[in-house]
Structures are given as structure tokens and as C-alpha cells.
Design a protein around this ligand. Structure first.
Ligand code: KG4
Ligand code: ZN
Length: 333
């Protein structure tokens, strides 16, 4: 069987990323140019700054990906790019570049939902094909539980009604004057802290559905901070993180049990969190569920996950029209 190769571009937020993914599931190259330092001074992503900075990076990253893969542009069978959701002006940079490349090469183009990229990313490593599972996508913009039947067949089990879990990490980190993005900082500080020192709310834990809410937890931290003195940051990070992890783990395991699936797949930036990985592994084992955790290097935004989703779709015969627009509010389900 001939190998198929997809070139993928991801520019939905503040990372410019290009990857080459080959069948059946080999990352031939995965290049990322981060803008974190640029946005750090504003404490979050500034859309105008993000899109302007994607533009000069796309071409050099395509060259770097081809160079690292030892591949020629002629070996590409399909070009994929993130269609949404994300910042429109950022999306347009990668999406338009990918369309132009596909036209120039005379190859098919496939627009990919960024959330599908995350959802399938736990299957990018290992030999198992994409299979029936409950997926927890937990990132800076989204927190959702999805039942995955097969590639392209998804149904929503629950989602956050307010903040995403990663957003809560970032906002709490800002309150504690930690750098952006706050998730990795809280993860690091929490290792030295006592998760039981502060009793923080676990909203909607017993709501009877699979929806989430994290804004109450963030507000509880906001009211607590002015009352604290001394060195409280590590304990507060550990207590906050434990509350988020508690909710994510319990609802995910419950959703899997209720759906009757035997596999849980966790993805998105927050799936890099060390405590979430540990607690989810423990809970899945206790519930006799198989677990796939996205490898930490593929948890946060990257183009390899877009390339993998593109490759799976390409092999199934999906193709996108070149007239299809980028969509900042694109839905997965
Ligand atoms: O998937 P992602 O790169 O971008 C979105 O699609 O949103 O996720 C970024 C989010 C940020 O909120 C960041 O703080 C969080 O993932 N994050 C973490 C960790 N690493 C990244 N949150 C908690 N612990 C981590 N180790
Ligand atoms: Zn993402």
C-alpha cells in the first residue's frame, strides 16, 4: 500500500503550526511557532497581534516541515487546515494558505474542525484505530464530553455552561499574578501545595447531567485571595486544581459508564495537566475502563492533530469545497 501524506496548517489562535502526517499514523514533521512571549505582556491573546504574526511564519514553517520530514512538496497527497472554531483573522491566514497550496499542487483540500483535531489526538499514538469512546476535550476555549462512534460521527454528552476549564486555569493564574498561559504554571506550583487547605466549590458535580460550570470556582478564588496573607499560592493552586480535576474525572467516568463504552479518550491543552492525568488514570482503572491520554506534547494546539484528522478523513474519501469559508463559531456537534 502506498503511503498517503497530508500537510496540515493550524492557526486558530496564537500558535502557527505546520505538520506532515503520513498513513497509517506517523508524524513526519510537526513545527510550531509560539507567540506566547508576544501575548504574555497583555495577559492573554490579542486577535490583531495574533493574525499579523501568523502571516510571516506560515511559509518558513512549511519549508521547515518538508525539510525535517525529508519530503518534497510533490509527495503531498492532500492539504488540510483548521477551519474553526477560533479567531477569524487568525484562521484565515492558515486556511487561505492551505487552499492556495492545494490549488497550486492540484491536490484535494480538507477543512478540519479544531475540536475534531483534539478529539482524535489520543489515537495519534499507538496502533489502535479510532474507535467508539467517550472523549473529554478540555482546552482553553472548550470543555465538552463527546461520544465518538467513528471518524465524523460524534454526539454531544455535555459541555461547559460558562468558562472552559483552561480559561479558569488562566484566569486564576492571572489573579495570582502568574504568567500566561496559567495552566502549566498552576500545575507546577500545585506540586508543592496542599490540595486540602482550601475547600473550593465543585459546581454541578451532582447536576445529573454531563454539563460543567467553572465560573463559580473562579469567583470563589477571587473572593478568597484578598483575605489571604503569607505564602498561600502553592496551596491555592493545588486546591483549585484538585477541584477542577475532581469535576472532570467524576463526570467523564460517569459519562462513560452511562454510555456503555469501554474507552475514555482525553484531549486538549488541559489534558497535559499532571494531576488530571494521574487522577483520570486511577479512576479509569478502578472503573475497568481503557484510557487514552493525548501525549503532553500533542495536548496543546499543534498541526499534527489537524493532519491526523485530515488524513483519517482523506482516507475515508472526505473532500472540502474551496468555496467553504473559515468559521470562527464552527460546531463539532
Ligand atoms: O488546546 P489548547 O492549546 O488551546 C485551545 O484550543 O484552547 O489549550 C490551551 C489551554 C490553556 O488554557 C492552558 O492554560 C491550558 O490549556 N493548559 C494547562 C496545562 N497546559 C496547558 N492547564 C492545566 N495544566 C497544564 N499542564
Ligand atoms: Zn485547541
Amino acid at each position: 500500500m502506498n503511503r498517503s501524506v497530508v500537510l496540515a496548517i493550524e492557526t486558530s489562535c496564537d500558535e502557527t503550526a505546520v505538520a506532515l502526517v503520513g498513513s497509517p499514523r506517523e508524524i513526519l514533521a510537526s513545527e510550531i511557532a509560539s507567540q506566547i512571549d508576544l501575548h504574555n505582556r497583555y495577559g492573554g491573546v490579542v486577535p490583531e497581534v495574533a493574525s499579523r504574526n501568523h502571516l510571516p511564519k506560515v511559509r518558513p514553517l512549511i519549508d521547515a516541515a518538508l525539510h525535517h520530514a525529508g519530503a518534497s512538496i510533490r509527495e503531498i497527497d492532500c492539504v488540510a487546515a483548521t477551519r474553526g472554531p477560533g479567531l477569524l483573522t487568525s484562521l484565515l491566514v492558515g486556511y487561505s494558505a492551505a487552499k492556495g497550496l492545494a490549488i497550486g499542487l492540484g491536490k484535494p483540500f480538507i477543512g478540519i474542525n479544531h475540536l475534531e483535531g483534539h478529539l482524535l489526538s489520543p489515537f495519534l499514538q499507538g496502533a489502535d484505530p479510532v474507535s467508539t469512546s467517550v472523549g473529554l476535550i478540555v482546552s482553553g476555549g472548550h470543555t465538552m464530553l463527546v461520544r465518538l462512534e467513528s471518524v465524523g460521527s460524534y454526539s454531544l454528552l455535555g459541555r461547559t455552561l460558562d468558562d472552559a476549564a483552561g480559561e479558569a486555569f488562566d484566569k486564576v493564574a492571572k489573579l495570582l499574578e502568574l504568567p500566561y498561559p496559567g495552566g502549566p504554571e498552576i500545575d507546577r506550583l500545585a506540586r508543592q501545595g496542599d490540595p486540602n487547605r482550601f475547600d473550593l466549590p465543585r459546581s454541578m458535580l451532582h447536576s445529573g447531567d454531563f454539563n460543567f460550570s467553572f465560573s463559580g470556582l473562579k469567583t470563589a478564588v477571587r473572593y478568597l485571595v484578598p483575605k489571604l496573607t503569607g505564602d498561600y499560592r502553592a496551596d491555592l493552586c493545588a486546591s483549585f486544581q484538585e477541584a477542577v480535576v475532581d469535576i472532570l474525572v467524576r463526570k467523564t467516568i460517569r459519562a462513560a459508564k452511562q454510555s456503555g463504552v469501554l474507552l475514555v479518550a482525553v484531549s486538549g491543552g488541559v489534558s497535559a495537566n499532571s494531576r488530571l492525568r494521574f487522577r483520570m488514570s486511577e479512576a479509569a482503572a478502578a472503573a475497568e475502563l481503557a484510557l487514552k491520554l493525548t501525549s503532553p506534547s500533542l495536548s496543546t494546539d499543534n498541526a499534527a492533530m489537524i493532519g491526523f484528522a485530515g488524513l483519517e478523513r482523506f482516507l475515508l474519501g472526505y473532500r472540502s469545497e474551496l468555496t467553504e469559508d473559515a468559521d470562527p463559531n464552527l460546531k463539532l456537534v
